[in-house]
Design a protein around this ligand. Sequence first.
Ligand code: NAD
Ligand code: MG
Length: 300
Amino acid sequence: MPDQPTTPDLPDPRTQYHSGEFPEQTHEWPGFDHKLDPKADHGESTYRGSGRLLGRKALITGADSGIGRAVAIAFAREGADVALNYVASEQDDAEEVAALIEQTGHKAVLLPADISFEEPARGLVRDAVSALGGLDILVNNAGYQQSCEDLSELTSDQFDKTLRTNVYAMFWITQEALPHLSEGASIINTTSIQAYDPSPHLLDYATTKAAINNFTKGLAAQLAPKGIRVNAVAPGPIWTPLQVSGGQPPQAVPKFGQKTPLGRAGQPAELAPAYVYLASAESSYVVGSTLHVNGGETSP
Ligand code: NAD
Ligand code: MG
């Protein structure tokens, strides 16, 4: 009897990426990828492109680290030029991403700007359009998340900053981008499992993620007749700097993600294919959807 054929590369999703606990750690906001322990996986050594975004021009906010970094790497390997937005103090992280993009032969444009204010948020779009020579893909991915255990301690300043970064910036940036987007363009917003299953210590943040989902669906219906698709991605617990720079209480970091059915946190690399799919023409009939990438947590 010949040997049964074997499947050489069938990874077990429970152990495909880091599956143990994490060391407790706290970074100063906005957190830094190069200080994460263990390092996050953004697909640097695994993501293989196949020309799915050839010649596209993309703007990604929060692109220096975490999910945005993984998306930036994947978009470039699929053939896109990419403008990267981030907070000025994240310059080192952003330069690492730019170097990876440049290895693909595609353009990386570094555009630090604090998008929690209207002028820099709108200026970012103008700078991206002028540096890229147009815009086909917009990924509203930057986010602000600070844990606060008790409503009585949630300050107006924090509430305001969370809303401005997560909701207002999406509105300003998308509105400014719209005149530059033509048929076939794609807008992708990063929402969260928090939109459906809010953690009690993330009231302000979870509120914004529900708003992002809602905005996504309404805008999708508005823009579909113009040939522009709008969708969202809803990550579950993903190992990124946001979580260790105030996003979780420090004592929650070691077991971060372990309550998911897969029993581990996700890695940014596991998110990138969802964004590539929504950005590419392969998802031409997908409009106003939210793709859930969350290790099996219950979602609609
Ligand atoms: P991250 O820290 O790597 O990325 C967030 C980025 O937001 C930062 O790098 C920063 O550049 C950007 N940002 C924050 N405030 C900004 C401002 N005022 N101006 C410009 N940029 C600003 O963390 P991440 O987890 O990859 O976050 C990316 C997105 O994913 C966020 O929208 C977050 O809410 C969402 N998300 C994350 C998780 C998770 O578990 N990590 C889960 C669900 C949703
Ligand atoms: Mg960052």
